[in-house]
Design a protein around this ligand. Structure first.
Ligand SMILES: Cc1cc2nc3c(=O)[nH]c(=O)nc-3n(C[C@H](O)[C@H](O)[C@H](O)COP(=O)(O)OP(=O)(O)OC[C@H]3O[C@@H](n4cnc5c(N)ncnc54)[C@H](O)[C@@H]3O)c2cc1C
Length: 556
């Protein structure tokens, strides 16, 4: 022992790093193949190895330890509104964009949404703040296609695999990212309460200002209370256009004449988590915006984006839960208490296996949902997505914070301190439930989707029928759910329970068809037979925890 040491440090656990995050996860590998993303299996294997490297995981720590800083003015007092990021942030953004997390499905290819979903789920195990601008960029593409002229100019830069953080007009950039701004102080969920105003600029004036780009130009005055990634090259926003109501606008950071657009960044939010990501409050002091879609159709236009951002919330929560699980399981396999590793103690096995089931079910659901997006030309798949997106965004994101807390507790006091990633993960998990439509709003959206199209129920029924030959209890659960859905769904008071039942039924159906029996039977026994909810670690007797845990994390 060294002269200064008072004790020997032992029974501690080396960090979970220099691991292949993809190879460690059989459930994700299987989901990729069955949902149609198999062509990317090799590249995902390589990505899993890269993302699991100690130096990449450390980028996440650094990017959150050194959050972005807003500089409103330069040294001479000129207004600049630039955000300064730590190099670790740029490292993460480069990784995400080089690997197509912001755009790969729009470049085409069978199973491209599913393959991207798997990549996004892996990134979710590394760092979550950087996923925000990447998601918004990915999701803006379908909406932007409603403005063909803007799309023609911008899409090549958005689809580029090069991360270019320079603050420059689009013509000079090698790659671009796009954000969105809907939420105002007086109303976020209820965007109809938006007060930001857009006035049309007369064509002759707009042509004088912007030449060929002078069509459909509006001058915008107002604010946004949340405006993430203000460093983006453009944002899609909502603003009121007189009697027509809300319309969607494309606000570039730089105008076609090279001047900065009038987007004033007031301050950056001081947030619970997602600290690496800059989320701003902004004012538009006569900013120029280009109309996207038709006047008065702002909500449906921007919802083209919302469907995809909500998919990412599901994937992001599945990824963050997986990260928390791997930390917990890696630790519990090695930490000895009362003479045995924690992972061999019956009560801890119950907790860990319960977490593993939740994580596998979330992964299976998220990847199935991604296939709906790949097959959105098929009306049945589009309808299924219309139900599974809000239901999954509600239930899977809602499970996140409780999951993160439990995984942190597995690591004990060390889980609660900032030296490891669990405290950060815990702070990240609530946000997916809040942004892009909070939990209640998602449940109300589910009711709307069911009410609008009775065929949506049929699409769900067809999906649940695929597991028809399985467990009798599942069949009864499914039948009751479908019988209830045959009635009009207008019960706002009970909408959370309905969303939860739908997700649990779909997760059970997927696991019964595709997971080992010891996984699916334990899921049915703990989620369908028992009243769900409460703490993790409530699995009934007879569950094969050892088998579940062996599958949950493959460590060399
Ligand atoms: C880190 C972060 C980044 C963000 N970035 C962006 C961004 O880039 N762009 C952007 O536009 N927004 C952004 N947001 C804002 C976010 O989308 C909103 O906060 C969210 O949509 C909720 O709106 P709100 O805050 O106005 O809450 P409210 O709309 O006031 O809702 C408060 C609560 O009431 C519930 N509720 C609302 N209506 C009903 C109802 N009819 N029945 C029952 N319950 C109801 C909601 O579910 C919610 O729980 C961000 C938020 C965060 C936390």
């Amino acid at each position: 022992m060294h002269a200064f040491d008072t004790h020997e440090v032992r029974n501690t656990v080396a960090p979970f790093e220099d691991v292949n995050l993809y190879a460690a996860d059989p459930a994700l590998q299987e989901a990729l193949l069955r949902e149609g993303g198999g062509a990317d299996a090799e590249s995902l294997h390589a990505l899993g190895a890269r993302l699991g490297r100690a130096e990449v995981l450390d980028l996440a720590r650094l990017a959150n330890l050194h959050p972005p800083r807003l500089h409103n003015f330069d040294r001479n007092g000129k207004r600049i509104d630039e955000v300064e990021f730590h190099p670790a942030w740029h490292g993460l953004m480069t990784l995400l964009i080089e690997n197509g997390a912001h755009a790969s499905p729009w470049r085409g290819g069978a199973g491209a949404q599913v393959a991207r979903a798997a990549r996004y789920l892996l990134f979710g195990q590394v760092e979550n703040g950087s996923q925000c601008p990447v998601t918004m960029t990915y999701a803006c593409v379908p909406a932007l296609k409603q403005a063909p002229k803007i799309a023609a100019k911008w899409l090549p830069k958005i689809l580029s695999a090069e991360y270019d953080p320079r603050s420059l007009p689009i013509e000079q950039k090698r790659g671009a990212i796009v954000g969105m701004g809907m939420t105002e102080k007086q109303g976020g969920s209820d965007v109809r309460a938006n007060t930001t105003l857009a006035e049309p600029v007369p064509l002759s004036e707009a042509r004088d200002l912007f030449g060929d780009d002078g069509e459909d130009v509006f001058r915008i005055v107002g604010h946004k209370w949340f405006f993430s990634a203000p460093q983006s090259d453009a944002h899609l926003i909502l603003a009121q256009t007189g009697d027509a109501g809300l319309s969607c606008f494309f606000l570039p950071r730089y105008l076609p004449d090279g001047a900065r657009n009038q987007i004033r960044v007031q301050r950056l939010k001081d947030k619970l988590g997602n600290r690496s990501n800059a989320s701003a409050e902004v004012e538009f002091t006569g900013a120029y915006g280009w109309l996207v879609g038709k006047q008065g159709r702002g909500i449906p236009t921007i919802l083209e984006m919302g469907g995809h951002t909500r998919l990412d919330c599901v994937l992001g929560s599945a990824g963050a839960m997986r990260a928390a699980l791997t930390q917990a399981l890696h630790h519990a396999r090695r930490r000895v208490a009362f003479g045995r590793p924690l992972a061999e103690q019956p009560l801890m096995q119950n907790v860990l296996a319960d977490l593993a089931l939740e994580s596998e079910a979330a992964t299976a659901y998220a990847m199935r949902l991604a296939r709906c997006f790949d097959q959105s030309d098929d009306p049945a798949q589009a309808l299924l997505a219309r139900i599974l997106t809000p239901a999954g965004k509600y239930w899977i994101c809602k499970r996140g914070p409780a999951f993160g807390a439990e995984a942190m507790e597995v690591v004990g006091g060390s889980g609660y301190v900032e030296d490891g990633p669990l405290a950060r993960l815990y702070r990240e998990l609530p946000v997916n439930s809040i942004w892009e439509g909070s939990g209640n709003v998602m449940c109300l959206d589910l009711l709307r989707a069911l009410g609008k199209s009775p065929a949506a129920r049929d699409a769900l029924a067809a999906e649940l029928m695929l597991a028809c030959k399985a467990d009798a209890f599942y069949i009864a659960y499914k039948s009751t759910l479908l019988a209830d859905l045959a009635e009009p769904q207008t019960d706002e008071f009970g909408a959370r329970v309905l969303a939860e039942r739908i997700v649990l039924a779909v997760q059970a159906a997927l696991l019964l068809q595709h997971a080992p029996d010891y996984v699916s039977s334990a899921f049915v026994a703990s989620r369908l037979k028992r009243e769900p909810g409460g703490a993790f670690g409530r699995l009934p007797a007879g569950v094969d925890c050892a088998a579940i845990l062996a599958r949950a994390l493959i460590e060399e």
